[in-house]
Design a protein around this ligand. Structure first.
Ligand code: COA
Length: 364
């Protein structure tokens, strides 16, 4: 039986620095674990992407540990924890990944104990985690339904067993949906025109890329704040996460450092010169075919006017201009978020697995 130990991953000055070895190994191990879950390399991150994220810990403390073999230093597993420092300081996000060939040796359990120790020392009372699934299982006794009542995960999946044996509760199921792009521009133009007609002249689309115009940065921050509370949260214990212009600029700088480009479309409510909706696409470095659909939000006061479709169709048109090589856009939505799912289906997104969203209460 091999023995192993876990070490904190230092943040090197660059990916070529003498002490960058653990960061490179962390990147490789986490990429391999995720690729094994999905059977695809679309979620691979570059070492620079990981380094850029770790360099910015203004709003979130990021703990990264790498498990290596004591015999020959082979990387085996990792622990990643994000501990918010501004809002939601009662929570923490945990990710544990063990390479397939090193599973069922107690490494995952040891990293879980370590995560709890770190969370308690940081005064956290709730932890969240996600477990991926390539397909949502059919209804039946071997499934688990979250507290929302919508969506399922397999009760027998290793990660489900791992989580339930440790007291985690399934609070939500997220659906992953994938759109093959480019979408026929005629279809997008039709969706956009129909949505614009329903919304009326008071709304107009504005676009930007990796740097929000000064004119909109405060409004963009206000919408990012609303994103934390105006979306379905199931039973997850999250409070408002406040954004301001400084946080937008800090985060934009982090994306530049990571080599990530953003494509944003927003809907201006012209009479009040405020933003009513926005949607963000994220273009990872070194994979021109894959795009992450990130946040989409229509603020509550402006819902029911087809602004969700308006900004999403407009942003997919923009994507075809700025990244014509893109072939797949993947998005995640709560299974109970029927309005958002409807828009995605109308645009051509198709279900492609998803994730269980779990919570562990440390004060229970
Ligand atoms: C979930 C995961 C971290 C478990 O890692 P691991 O090192 O194999 O886990 P351990 O050996 O410490 O197992 C601990 C317990 O988990 C449960 N478990 C883990 N794998 C299991 C499997 N294939 N079948 C049944 N139970 C399993 C068991 O209760 C096990 O205890 P036991 O071995 O005494 O029966 C690993 O499968 C993994 O990396 N999966 C992909 C990433 C992921 O889903 N992470 C969890 C979300 S953050």
């Amino acid at each position: 039986m091999p023995s192993w130990s876990s070490h904190e991953v230092p943040v090197p000055s660059s990916v070529d620095a003498a002490d960058a070895g653990p960061l490179l190994a962390l990147t490789a191990v986490s990429n391999d674990v995720v690729a094994h879950e999905w059977g695809s390399r679309d979620y691979d991150r570059t070492p620079q992407e990981v380094l850029g994220s770790l360099r910015d810990q203004t709003y979130v403390r990021k703990v990264r540990q790498l498990v290596t073999s004591d015999d020959d230093g082979t990387p085996m597993a990792y622990l990643a924890m994000n501990l918010p420092l501004q809002d939601n300081t009662h929570t923490g996000l945990v990710e544990i990944g063990v390479l397939p060939q090193f599973r069922r040796q107690g490494i995952g359990a040891a990293l879980h104990d370590e995560a709890l120790r770190i969370a308690r020392a940081a005064g956290r009372r709730a932890l969240t985690a996600s477990t991926d699934q390539r397909e949502e299982p059919a209804q039946g006794p071997a499934t688990l339904v979250p507290s929302t009542g919508t969506g399922r995960v397999s009760a027998d999946a290793p990660a489900t067993r791992f989580a339930t044996a440790r007291g985690w509760q399934l609070e939500q199921v997220a659906r992953r949906s994938v759109l093959q792009v480019p979408v026929d521009d005629g279809a997008l133009a039709e969706h956009r025109a129909a949505a614009q007609a329903a919304a009326g002249d008071e709304y107009r689309v504005v676009h930007w890329g990796s740097h929000a115009p000064d004119e909109w940065v405060d409004e963009y921050a206000r919408l990012n704040t609303r994103m934390s509370t105006d979306v379905p949260l199931g039973g997850l214990d999250f409070e408002e996460d406040v954004w301001d212009a400084t946080r937008i600029r800090t985060t934009e700088a982090q994306f530049v450092d990571r080599g990530i480009e953003l494509v944003v479309a927003a809907a201006e409510h012209v009479p009040t010169h405020t933003l009513a909706a926005y949607t963000t696409l994220m273009l990872p470095p070194e994979n021109e075919e894959f795009v992450h659909q990130e946040d989409t939000l229509v603020v509550k006061e402006h819902r029911g006017r087809r602004l969700g479709m308006l900004v999403k169709a407009a942003n997919l048109q923009r994507l075809a201009e700025v990244r014509p090589q893109a072939r797949r856009v993947a998005t995640w939505n709560a299974e109970e978020n029927s309005y958002m799912l409807r828009i995605n289906i109308d645009l051509g997104f198709r279900p492609s697995g998803g994730a269980g969203e779990w919570q562990l209460r440390l004060d229970a």
